[in-house]
Write a protein that binds this ligand. Structure first.
Ligand code: SF4
Length: 69
């Protein structure tokens, strides 16, 4: 098993994170966030505008629908 080192960018990432799900353990750990959502056919919350992000619908379909308006 590969040992994971603490991310040196967590504090900077948290300052720039636009996700409104405050209790998520992946906040500030962008690589874990992307991996989690990718494995679920989704995108990270920061790729959505605030009005979509707050719905927690992170599907690729929702992303495309928004950008197709
Ligand atoms: S986008 Fe998803 S994984 Fe990333 S911080 Fe928000 S809820 Fe957590």
């Amino acid at each position: 098993m590969i040992e994971r080192k603490p991310c040196p960018n967590v504090q900077v990432n948290l300052q720039n994170c636009t996700c409104s799900y405050g209790s998520c353990e992946k906040r500030g750990k962008c690589c874990e966030c992307i991996r989690y959502h990718r494995e679920n056919g989704e995108l990270p919350g920061c790729l959505f505008p605030p009005e979509v992000e707050k719905t927690y619908d992170r599907t690729i379909k929702r992303f495309i629908d928004f950008h197709s308006q």
